[in-house]
Write a protein that binds this ligand. Structure first.
Ligand SMILES: *Cc1c(COP(=O)(O)O)cnc(C)c1O
Length: 420
């Protein structure tokens, strides 16, 4: 029986699981655990799927940096000609350090500081996705001080229900993102009258882990209606940004393919000359990565058996934060019958679990992999319990490149001063 993993480039080899051509055991041997491991081929294929589906149409795919901001990952996309969706000045610095093109950067986020605006204006980014009325005044002022004109899009809130987890739904009236749909017309008029702004487009992002293409198509229809009303007033937009949000398979979800997801949108925008932009995060990196960890202890109990591994909620927060599911697989299979385990880390919190109730055949010292961990994994990691952050490795064919060294404990308190 061969299992189909959610990570397309992961397979069972003679030396246990391997990603592309590299056995995971070799990576653990060379770099220790816990380590995030990514597949360059899976990253590339995911990006190329978007580009292929959009072929023949003016379009830009801006990778949402917050999903995984490692320079190694960003550089793969930069080399493919990707744009980037950023939410901070720090992310802009990362994109540029990874060789990304500032001219393809869109800047989202509700709290852009003046310093971040200056940094982005000096870099000549593609567009500011403005999320409030107050932001246009500030941006106009900052651009004026620099003698620049800021290209803007309003992020509108189309108020459609994305049918996803409430924490990752962003397009409803009740949350902090975007400007109300009904207020947008007036905001565009105001922005168009400001001397240091150039109205360039419109943006929306309705949520994450979307498994149904219908809500985004509904949002697109609404957005298009607004674009036409603006055009009737002489405010002509050059691009329409439909955000990110396409879901992935973690367990048994059946997300639409990129083609299936984009097809209704391409139909809605057929014959339109605006550039179509997307901001995918999870669907580009989620199933290109896994977290490799080692079993420290097995602790059988009366009610539950615990497998205590060397990764924890500081490395992968999604299970503790969203009760998210990640598949857990043993790297080298064993013949004996399995047991059900709670997969937990060493952190002193009951919420420190990585997976509940999984059948596994493992012994102390065995390697296990948490799959689908490429998105919102390393990017959300912390140093809680003074745990150095994991190393990161990029597999490329037969090669495994260390793209981030494991943190040292000294570096964790290098900025601190004890009182004498
Ligand atoms: C988080 C986010 C994205 C990416 O979302 P995914 O679900 O990872 O594709 C895109 N755009 C904006 C504005 C976001 O906040």
């Amino acid at each position: 029986m061969s299992t189909v993993f959610p990570i397309p480039t992961l397979q069972a080899g003679t030396a246990g699981l391997q990603l592309e051509g590299v056995p995971l055991a070799d990576i653990a041997q060379a770099h220790g655990t816990p380590t995030y491991v990514y597949s360059r081929k899976a990253l590339t294929d995911a990006f190329v799927a978007y580009r292929g589906a959009l072929a023949g149409r003016r379009s830009l795919v801006c990778y949402a940096v917050k999903a995984n901001s490692s320079l190694g990952v960003l550089s793969v996309f930069a080399q493919l000609g990707a744009g980037f969706d950023i939410v901070s000045g720090g992310e802009l610095s990362r994109v540029l350090a990874a060789g990304g093109d500032a001219g393809k950067v869109v800047f989202s986020g509700v709290g852009k500081s003046r310093a971040e605006m200056r940094q982005a204006l000096m870099a000549d980014i593609r567009c500011f996705n403005v999320e409030s009325a107050a932001e246009i005044d500030r941006l106009n002022e900052v651009a004026g001080e620099l003698g620049k004109v800021a290209p803007i899009a309003f992020r509108v809130n189309p108020n459609v229900d994305p049918k996803t987890h409430p924490y990752i739904s962003t397009g409803l009236k009740s949350n902090k993102f975007g400007v109300a749909f009904d207020a947008a017309l007036d905001l565009y008029r105001r922005a168009a009258a400001l001397p240091h702004l150039k109205v360039s487009g419109i943006a929306c992002h309705i949520g994450s882990q979307l498994l149904d293409p219908a809500p985004i198509a509904e949002a697109a229809e609404k957005v298009l209606g607004l674009v036409d009303r603006l055009a009737a007033e002489g405010i002509v937009l050059d691009h329409i940004d439909l955000g990110g949000g396409l879901g992935i398979r973690y367990r048994d979800e059946e997300p639409p393919s990129v083609e299936q997801y984009l097809a209704p949108l391409l139909a809605i925008f057929a014959g339109r000359k605006e550039e179509l932009c997307f901001e995918p995060g999870r669907s580009l990196v989620g199933n290109a990565g896994l977290l490799l960890t080692r079993v420290e202890y097995l602790k059988p109990g009366e009610e539950k058996n615990f497998a205590i591994v060397d990764a924890a909620m500081n490395d992968l927060a999604r299970p503790a934060l969203y009760d998210a599911y990640h598949e857990v697989v043993a790297v080298a299979p064993r013949a004996e019958a399995g047991r059900n385990y709670e997969i937990v880390g060493p952190i002193c919190e009951s919420g420190d679990f990585l997976a509940h109730d999984r059948e596994l055949t493992v012994a102390e010292g065995d390697l296990v992999a948490l799959l689908s961990a490429g998105a919102y994994g390393m990017a959300m990691s912390s140093n809680y319990n003074t745990r150095p952050r994991a190393a990161e490795v990029m597999v490329d064919g037969e090669r495994a490149l260390l793209i981030r060294r494991r943190e040292t404990v000294e570096s964790l308190y290098a900025l601190e001063t004890p009182l004498r």
